[in-house]
Design a protein around this ligand. Structure first.
Ligand code: NAD
Length: 477
């Protein structure tokens, strides 16, 4: 049965057209969703606009307590939502369930941080005058999300927007919309008023402009490709909408002469191949001091060879299929490009096809050695399980190479000398830099990109502020 949009607290679709959501492991249809048109956009924005007036007036404590109920409902249903996500995305099941639970944690964090939001008044010391600086919710937010972490990346936006008093229209990726639709039951269980949270499914190129240019929308919060982000920012600028953009990445790691390979290798393997490399701030390229290069390559090869490729839903593998042919072809094309320019393949390099692999895009985790700056693997976003490795002689030159990118999402530096690590971290042009360990990220700190990796920050108190407008009130009495 076709899944409908969720508009004003109802499952309803105006368009009769459908999109089949495929399991990327075998091409079977998991479900069908509405291929929305402009009427659906209109209805969703209208619902969010009319809900906004009363939602923004609800006491913060009430919005906080609803958000905590929503988080609790997500935890309760995390196994079912995680399964839906695994089926549509192809990622191993346990990691999908983890995504739902971790998103619930972020909802809780945002709710607690919202209670600490403050305005202020300066001590002007003028009799009969006070100046109040306060914050107001920005209005209706459109959240447009990509396929790779659909619930995490929606929660980055939704958790901040709703608790600060905005209402929301979510437009998930056409590849993975089912997990977002599965959240509807959690909103109903938590008891949210109709129209505060709406979901419409469909193709970005068909309904994106109608959503972004709609006069009833105040802000676009987007995560996705850099070129899509540029288009959205251009359309949003015509009506001076606020935007937060989380875009592409091509994140470098640098291993200094004194780096500990036992720390660096497992971290890079884990981070470079997570979600089958379909991960925005994955390690895409590695610059290794020439004295460590042979040992690093050998250890990387051994660790990568242990990774298994399989059907995500069976949960017995490290990597699953890639989401679609376009994403696969981009990554595979970078392997061919590197080979044609003289690189070596330490491991992987092939698409698996026989047996269980026959119906999906399964690309082996791949290490490219002797990579050079003119190779795509060192310049363009890969978004697949391929890592480029190059040796360097001079650390300052390695930093220059690392920064020679239009992207600036994340960077990694490994050195036994914390002074070196910090000095290089300060020089790297990236929104987040990890020194020596690629730990998991924290909800309480900002995340976002420099240069063409984005505008604005999500998470932390900054993430909440992005859904408010400052207002100054001059009070005379
Ligand atoms: P995409 O840009 O193709 O699509 C993302 C979303 O935008 C989808 O919902 C799509 O329907 C919508 N869209 C497409 N055209 C649109 C238009 N004209 N107007 C409005 N919406 C439109 O990206 P994708 O292939 O789903 O995801 C991969 C990309 O996302 C990669 O480039 C990756 O780096 C990026 N990403 C970035 C981050 C981050 O935090 N910086 C996180 C995850 C993914």
């Amino acid at each position: 049965m076709r899944m409908k949009n969720y508009i004003n607290g109802q499952s309803v679709s105006h368009s009769q057209a459908s999109i089949e959501v495929l399991n990327p492991a075998d091409g079977t249809v998991v479900d069908t969703v509405c291929r929305s048109g402009v009427e659906d956009v209109q209805a969703a924005v209208e619902a969010a606009s009319s809900a906004f007036e009363s939602w923004k007036q609800r006491p913060m404590q009430e919005r906080v307590s609803l958000q905590k109920k929503l988080a609790a409902a997500m935890r309760k249903h995390s196994a079912a939502i995680g399964r839906q996500l695994s089926l549509e995305l192809g990622r191993p099941l346990t990691a999908c369930v983890h995504e739902i639970n971790r998103s619930a944690e972020l909802l809780d964090y945002y709710a607690e941080e919202a209670l600490r939001m403050k305005g202020y008044f300066p001590l002007t010391n003028v009799a009969g005058e006070k100046v109040l600086v306060t914050r107001e919710p920005i209005g209706v937010v459109v959240a447009i999300t990509p396929f790779n972490y659909p619930i995490t990346l929606l929660t980055f936006k939704m958790g901040a927007a709703l608790v600060m008093g905005c209402t929301l229209v979510a437009k998930p990726s056409e590849d993975t919309p089912l997990s977002t639709l599965a959240l509807v039951a959690c909103f109903e269980e938590a008891g949210y008023p109709a129209g505060v949270f709406n979901v419409i499914t469909g193709y970005g190129h068909e309904i994106g402009d109608a959503l972004v240019s709609h006069p009833g929308v105040a802000k676009i919060a987007f995560t996705g490709g850099t070129s899509t982000g540029a288009h959205i920012a251009g359309v949003a600028a015509r009506t001076h909408k606020r935007v937060t953009l989380e875009l592409g990445g091509q994140s470098p790691a640098i291993l200094c002469e004194d780096a500990d390979l036992d720390i660096a290798v497992p971290a890079i393997v884990k981070h470079g191949f997570a979600n089958t490399g379909q991960f925005c701030y994955r390690v895409n390229r590695v610059y290794v001091h020439k004295s460590l290069y042979p040992a690093f390559c050998e250890k990387m090869q051994a660790a990568t060879n242990k990774l298994t490729l399989g059907l995500g839903i069976e949960d017995t593998c490290d990597l699953g299929p890639m989401i679609n042919e376009k994403i696969y072809a981009n990554a595979y094309g970078q392997i061919e490009d590197a080979q044609s320019k003289g690189a070596g393949i330490l491991t992987g390099g092939k698409r698996r096809t026989a047996g269980i692999y026959d119906k999906g895009f399964f690309l082996e985790p791949t290490l490219i050695s002797d990579a050079t700056p003119e190779m795509k693997i060192m310049r363009e976003e890969t978004f697949g399980p391929v890592i480029g490795i190059a040796a360097f002689d001079d650390l300052e030159e390695a930093v220059q190479e690392a920064n020679a990118s239009v992207y600036g999402l994340a960077a990694y530096i490994f050195s036994a000398n914390i002074g070196t690590g910090l000095r290089i971290a300060e020089q790297l042009q990236a929104g987040s830099v990890w020194v020596n360990n690629i730990q998991r990220s924290y909800h309480s700190v900002p995340f976002g990109g420099m240069k063409q990796s984005g505008i604005g920050r999500e998470k932390g108190i900054h993430g909440l502020e992005e859904y408010t407008e400052l207002k100054t009130i001059y009070l005379n009495y």
